[in-house]
Design a protein around this ligand. Sequence first.
Ligand code: NDP
Length: 329
Amino acid sequence: MFNALMVDKDEDSGKTSAEVRQIGLDDLPGGEVTVAVEYSTVNYKDGLCIGPGGGLVRKYPHVPGIDFAGTVEASSDDRYSPGDKVVLTGWRVGEAHWGGYSQKANVRADWLVPLPEGLDTRQAMAVGTAGFTAMLAVMALEDHGLEPGHGPVLVTGAAGGVGSVATAILANLGHEVAGVTGRPETESYLKGLGATQIVPRDDINETTKRPLETESWAGCVDAVGGAMLARVLGQMKYGASVAAVGLAGGAGLPATVIPFLLRGVNLLGIDSVMQPYENRLRAWQRIAGDLPMDKLESMVQPATLHDLPQLGADILAGRIKGRVVVDVN
Ligand code: NDP
C-alpha cells in the first residue's frame, strides 16, 4: 500500500474534497511503465484539479498532479528499464489520467522523458511543467530571432512559476530582463534571479486606446494574457515576438491587429501538453545547461502530499512565489 492524494466528488452537492489515502497497485489505472514517484509540484492546473476541477477532470475519484519525476520500477516497454530516472509533463496526466500526487504511477512509455544528465528528480520538479514551458517559450523567441543585445525581454507574472524560471534562464543567457509583478515585495527575489528592471503590474495592466506605444521590448514571455498581453503587443519593438504561455490574468485578448501590421510583431502560442518528444528532449537538455541550479534552488518552497489542498487554493489565488516541490514520500 502507498499514499496518494485522492479527490472525490459528492454527487448530490457536486462538491469536491481532497485527502491523502492509502491505495494499492491494483487501484492504479493501466500503463506500460510503473514509476516510483519521488517528486511532483504545484501548477495552476493542479490548483484547478485539487479543487472543483475547472472541467479538466474526467472522472472521480481522481489523483491529480500534472507532472512528476521518479524511478522506473517496472516496464513492459523496451525503452525503459527498472532504475531509469524519468520525468513526465503534459499528455493530460493529472487531468484525464491519474497523476503524480501518488507514491506510484502507471503511465504510457510515450509520455516519459529520460531525466537529462545534470538534473536530479528534485531539480526536475523544481522546474516542473511551469519551468519546462518557460524553456519552450524562450526557445520559440530564439527561433524567431531573439538574441542577447537586442534589448530588454519582458516577463509577465514574473514571480510565479513560469515567470521565475523564464527570468532566470533569460538572464543567464545574457538578456536584460524586465519582470512584471503585482507583488512589490518580490523585487529582491526577482533581482536575485537576474531581473534588471521591475515593472509594477498596475503600470501595464490597464487597457489603452493607443494601439501602439513606445517600442520597449525585444521579446516577451507572457504568463498573464488578457488586458496585459493586449497592452504588451503595442509596446514591442519592430519585428519582436511575444510567447503567449498563460492566462493568469484572463483568457480574453482585447487587442487590435495594428502591432502585427505596422510593426511586424509576432504572437507565438506555447503549448507544453502535446509537445513532440524530440522537442521535449531538446527543452530538458537546454534546461540542464541554461538554468543555473543555485537560482532554481532560490525559487523552491518544499511541501508534502498533506500540504496540497492549501497549496492548490494558494496557486489559484496567485499567492505562490516561485516553485513548490512536493516530496511525495
Ligand atoms: P503561477 O500562479 O505560479 O504564476 C502566475 C503569476 O501571474 C502570478 O504569480 C502573478 O505574478 C501573475 N498573476 C496572477 N494573477 C494575475 C492577474 N489577475 N493579473 C496579472 N497578473 C497576475 O502560475 P504558473 O507560473 O505555474 O502558470 C502561469 C500561467 O501559465 C497559468 O495561466 C498556467 O495555466 C499557464 N501555463 C500554461 C502552460 C502551457 O502549456 N501553455 C504550461 C504551464 C502553465 P506576480 O505576482 O509576479 O504578478
